[in-house]
Design a protein around this ligand. Structure first.
Ligand code: ATP
Ligand code: MG
Length: 311
C-alpha cells in the first residue's frame, strides 16, 4: 500500500474547499483562507451529508460555523450552503470536488488514468449518508467498487501484516480512533478457520463498534477558542463582542489549534494564556477522552461483547 502525497507533499489532506469568484482551492490551501475569508471555506462536510436542517448534527454544525447559511433542499431533502443569491453548494458537490482532487493526486502518482475507487467511510454512517458519498463519487465521475467501514479497513490492514500471529485461538484487539470530528472504538477477533475449499485461513470478525459522532480534537479546539474569546472580551479592548466577528473567531481558532498542539507535547508554554487555563477548559473533555471513559469504549463494553481483560 502506498500513501500518495498531496501537492504540499503531505500525507494528509484536510477535507476543506474554498470557493470564491473564479478560484477553487482544496485541502491545506483552502484551510489557509479560513482566517482571511471564513465564509468562502467549507469544511467538516461529513457531518452534513444526507441530513435535513432539523438534524442534531446540522444544528451543531450551524453553531460551530455561524458564517455559513444552511437551507433545506425540498427536492433532495438535505441541506445545502446558501452562499449568496446566485450560488448554492450541496455538501455532496463539495465532497465530489475533494474526491476528484484525490483522484488527480493518485493519477499523477500512478501515471495512469484512474476511474475505480474503494472509499472508506465511518462505521456509523447510515443509508442516507452512504448514498450521499456515492452521489459525491458519481459527481467526480468515479466508479465506486465498494464503500468500506474505516474500522474494517484498519483491522484488515493490521491483520494482513500480522499473519504469523494469527492461529486457532481467537485474539481480540481494540482499535481506538479519536479523530478530529468523531471517536470510534472497534473490537476485532483474529483467528484461523478451516475451510473445505482453501484449507486453514486467517479470518477477522468485527465483534462490536462504539462511537461518538461529535467527540474529537475539533471539540477541544472550539473550547480553547471560546476561552480565548472570553479572555479577549474581558480585556475590553473593543466595545464589540469578538464572538460576533467571524474573521476574528477564525483567527482565534487557528491559535487555539496551535496552542493545543504545543500543550499536547507536554512542553512548558508561556504566553498570555496560562497552562492551567486550557487544561481546566479541556479537563471535562480530557476526562472523557481517556479511552476507557469514552462513550465508544463503553458502548462496546455494554454490549458485553467481550470482557475487558480479554482485549
Ligand atoms: N500533535 C498533536 N497534538 C494534539 N492534537 C493533535 C496533534 N496532531 C493532530 N492533532 C489533532 O488530531 C485531530 C486529527 O486527527 P485525525 O487525523 O485522526 O482526524 P481525522 O481522521 O481527519 O478526523 P475524523 O476521523 O474525525 O474525520 C485534529 O483535531 C488535530 O488537531
Ligand atoms: Mg479519522
Amino acid at each position: 500500500m502506498e500513501i500518495v502525497l498531496n501537492r504540499e507533499s503531505r500525507r494528509k489532506t484536510p477535507t476543506a474547499v474554498c470557493l470564491k469568484e473564479n478560484e477553487r482551492l482544496l485541502g491545506d490551501s483552502a484551510l489557509g483562507m479560513s482566517v482571511k475569508n471564513p465564509k468562502t471555506v467549507y469544511r467538516h462536510l461529513q457531518s452534513l451529508l444526507g441530513k435535513r436542517h432539523d438534524n442534531l448534527q446540522v444544528k451543531i454544525y450551524q453553531k460551530r460555523f455561524p458564517e455559513h447559511q444552511l437551507q433545506d433542499d425540498p427536492v433532495r431533502g438535505t441541506v445545502y450552503f446558501n452562499s449568496s443569491l446566485e450560488t448554492q453548494y450541496s455538501p455532496e458537490e463539495l465532497l465530489g470536488m475533494l474526491l476528484n482532487y484525490s483522484r488527480e493526486l493518485a493519477q499523477d502518482f500512478a501515471e495512469q488514468p484512474i476511474k475505480d475507487a474503494v472509499i472508506t467511510i465511518p462505521a456509523f454512517f447510515n443509508q442516507a449518508e452512504r448514498r450521499a458519498v456515492l452521489h459525491a463519487a458519481q459527481m467526480a465521475d468515479l466508479k465506486v467498487l465498494q464503500l468500506i467501514d474505516d474500522n474494517a479497513a484498519v483491522a484488515l490492514n493490521y491483520g494482513v501484516f500480522r499473519r504469523k500471529d494469527i492461529d486457532g485461538t481467537a485474539k481480540n484487539v481494540m482499535f481506538y480512533d479519536m479523530g478530529s470530528g468523531s471517536t470510534t472504538a472497534t473490537i476485532v477477533s483474529y483467528q484461523t478457520v478451516k475451510t473445505k475449499e482453501f484449507g486453514t485461513q486467517p479470518q477477522l470478525q468485527i465483534r462490536g463498534v462504539g462511537f461518538d459522532r461529535t467527540l474529537g480534537g475539533f471539540a477541544m479546539d472550539l473550547r480553547l477558542r471560546d476561552h480565548l474569546a472570553m479572555l479577549f472580551n474581558n480585556q475590553k479592548k473593543s466595545p464589540k463582542d469578538v464572538r460576533d466577528n467571524h474573521r476574528a473567531m477564525a483567527k482565534l481558532l487557528k491559535e487555539a489549534q496551535r496552542l493545543k498542539t504545543v500543550l499536547s507535547a507536554n512542553v512548558d508554554f508561556m504566553a498570555q494564556v496560562s497552562r492551567e487555563h486550557p487544561a481546566s477548559i479541556c479537563m471535562r473533555l480530557s476526562a472523557v477522552c481517556a479511552p476507557q471513559q469514552t462513550q465508544p469504549f463503553k458502548m462496546t463494553q455494554k454490549k458485553k461483547i467481550l470482557e475487558n481483560k480479554e482485549v
